[in-house]
Design a protein around this ligand. Structure first.
Ligand code: UGA
Length: 432
């Protein structure tokens, strides 16, 4: 078993630390935020990620995880250093690599020759080669081991990944990193540093393109009288297409797809190899959010400033408390700009900084006296809510818009005269 340091205890770093500890390695987790480290020492996990808090606590008790805010805790027997710091987008779309640079510099002066810096953060293609050029004179090796964790499912993804990719300049370095995952059944791929970085970007970008396509197709179905759920079911039966990532929604968001697709499109354009499909997917995603907001506005009708909109869901997707680039928050904001009062409910998001949304304590409370209900995040618990109960607390001519296509259409339509669902024929569908 190895001695490992994990730098950056956000959602990727914490999941990696817990996963490696569970595999039997000894992990030192470093985060420069004193507040975060103190919280972790008290067993408080700063993110909502199923199972993570419990597993973190048991690994701390088993003494396989120690957390600190200082690089000085790094001892000479550390063999691997995982870099899991964030790479936020700067206003130009270029990834801000300042945390990568500072963590690399701090590790350079503390790691022993022969150790391996493992890049898990999503970095622009070519970054690891530069880091390697900087660290090779110190005898430190570099590997790229992109993460494919999906929020809300991160621990499961760690232990049952679709694949483990390791890029390195030397095969034996890549193999040593793969050795850390011994016991996990998954296809493994060894490649060069740049290819590993490209696999990560290309995977996220292709999924974004696919979702933009589906969201546009949902609009076509609405206008032309087709049912998107049947259309995607039929498409998904083709094994070349498959049925994952075909659910239409209010746009794709989160901390990864928007940032990574912009980064890939920008860097590709910079080297004269524009990715027009990715650029189009980004534009299309903005159009989807505008389209969903426009449908909601239309359902709200005249004098929105005298009306109330109930919003179900604020997180960018279900099973997370993450509101970064959340289409739900963006669409609720657009509706708020009409002057309408916004009352939102989300099972885990309890406040949205700088937004004038009221936050209700239950889905039914959010609908109390509302003129319109818009469903924006696909939390499972919304499915079992009785539409008759919702009907009872909403205003007389209230409308419902299911922008995730997740509610039982038949029973909701039986209760609401004005009911719209993403990708379903609207009343004027056949008038084209
Ligand atoms: C994504 C990738 O799925 C992970 O493989 C990757 O490791 C991660 O980014 C990352 O780069 O760290 P995540 O951002 O957690 O994971 O979210 P996804 O589950 O991919 O969803 C992204 C967006 O697509 C969400 O807004 C979601 O609501 C939307 N989506 C997803 C749909 O609208 N329809 C679908 O069928 C699937």
């Amino acid at each position: 078993m190895a001695k490992v340091v994990v730098v950056g205890l956000g959602y990727v770093g914490l999941t990696t630390a817990v996963g490696l500890a569970q595999l039997g390695h000894t992990v030192l987790g470093i985060d420069l935020s004193n507040e975060r480290v103190q919280a972790l020492k008290n067993g408080i996990i700063p993110i909502h990620e199923p199972g993570l808090a419990e597993e973190f606590t048991s690994q701390v008790i088993a003494r396989r995880i120690l957390v600190s805010e200082s690089y000085d805790e790094i001892t000479s027997d550390i063999e691997f250093a995982f870099v899991c710091v964030s790479t936020p987008s700067s206003p130009s779309g270029q990834a801000d690599l300042s945390y990568i640079e500072s963590s690399t510099a701090s590790l350079r002066s503390r790691l022993e020759p022969g150790s391996v810096l493992v890049m898990k953060s999503t970095v622009p293609i070519g970054t690891c080669r530069k880091v390697s050029a900087e660290l090779t004179p110190f005898g430190i090796n570099v590997a790229s081991n992109p993460e494919f964790l999906s929020e809300g499912n991160a621990l499961k993804d760690f232990f049952s990944p679709s694949r483990i990719v390791v890029g390195a300049e030397k095969k034996e370095i890549a193999e040593s990193v793969l050795g850390l995952y011994a016991g996990i059944q998954a296809p493994q791929l060894i490649c060069d540093l740049a290819s590993a970085e490209a696999i990560k970007h290309a995977s996220n970008a292709l999924l974004s393109v696919r979702l933009s396509f589906v969201n546009e197709l949902a609009a076509v179905c609405e206008k032309m009288g087709a049912d998107i759920s049947k259309v995607t079911e039929g498409m998904g039966l083709d094994p070349r297409i498959g049925n994952n990532f075909l659910n239409p929604g209010p746009g794709w968001g989160g901390s990864c797809f928007p940032k990574d697709s912009v980064e890939l499109a920008r860097s590709a354009s910079d080297v004269g190899a524009r990715m027009l499909t990715v650029e189009a997917a980004i534009l299309s995603n903005t159009a989807t959010k505008q389209r969903v907001a426009a449908i909601a506005k239309e359902l709200l009708g005249d004098n929105p400033n005298l009306k109330t909109v109930a919003i179900w869901g604020l997180a960018f997707k279900a099973n997370t408390d993450d509101i970064r680039e959340s289409p739900a928050v963006q669409i609720a904001s657009t509706l708020s700009e009409t002057g309408a009062r916004i009352v939102a409910f989300d099972p885990v998001v309890k406040s949205v900084p700088n937004k004038e949304f009221f936050v209700a304590t239950s889905p039914i409370d959010a609908c109390d006296g509302a003129d319109l209900l818009v469903v924006l995040t696909e939390w499972d618990e919304f499915k079992s809510i009785d539409p008759a109960e919702v009907r009872e607390v909403m205003r007389g001519n209230a409308a419902v818009y299911d922008a995730r296509g997740m509610l039982n259409r038949t029973s909701w339509m039986a209760n609401f005269r004005r009911y719209e669902e993403i990708g379903q024929p609207t009343s004027d569908s056949f008038g084209h």
